[in-house]
Design a protein around this ligand. Sequence first.
Ligand SMILES: [Zn+2]
Length: 256
Amino acid sequence: MKKIDIHIHLQKDDPTLESYLAHMDAHEVEAALVHATSREEVGNEAVRKAVSAHPDRLYGSVYVDLRRPVYACIDLIKEYRAHGFKSIKLFPNLGYDPNDEQFEPFWQAVEDLGLMCLSHCGWLAPAPDKRERRSSLTATPFHFEIPARRHPGINFIFAHFGGGATYLETVTLLSRLKNCYADTCRGWGVWVWEQRMPGLKGLDFHHVLFGTDSIGAQYGEHEKWWTQTLLDMGRSEDDLKLYFYENNARLLGLGA
Ligand SMILES: [Zn+2]
């Protein structure tokens, strides 16, 4: 089945994703959204180079650290919007709360620029430096409730289905707000479906997105597992098409 992956990253040994594109080609993955991170070798400029080398296949998502001054963050997203980027990537595990009132001018800019927002959600492996502050507490879907209510023009994507312990926050926001979505990346994004957690059955599949966090060579097995799991849970072929392709095409503004 044709697919679009809403959540991949650059690979250290594959800086312009040439090898990754070969996996995409082999498995009918037509396009992918590439999220920059804080590490320079896979950061904003590296993503810009990779996506500009592969227009129509790869799209860019600019990493923003909201611990920096708000106006510096706004300048950064304007710069990358001008390069054609479609999304911002956040990592609130570092200790800021996206609901905080001080970020309102930032969210207004995200909306005015027509960007969407994908945030890491949930648990995170310990950093190599154990003293670095990392917490799951601020990286949950409810920490996006205020900007999501105020800014219906921003589409919010909760990565890893919003985390294992907090997946019910995801279910709540996906059911109540039109501009909230979740991807099903490995880790908790797979776990909640594997465990058939309560509340997943009734979800409107217009809000559930195929995203893998760079599964690469395993796209084939992954597709088989998801198809089987979702059909077992009573989902239709139409739901599968929404999940693997149509929702992501709509969010990226691609003619579907
Ligand atoms: Zn990721």
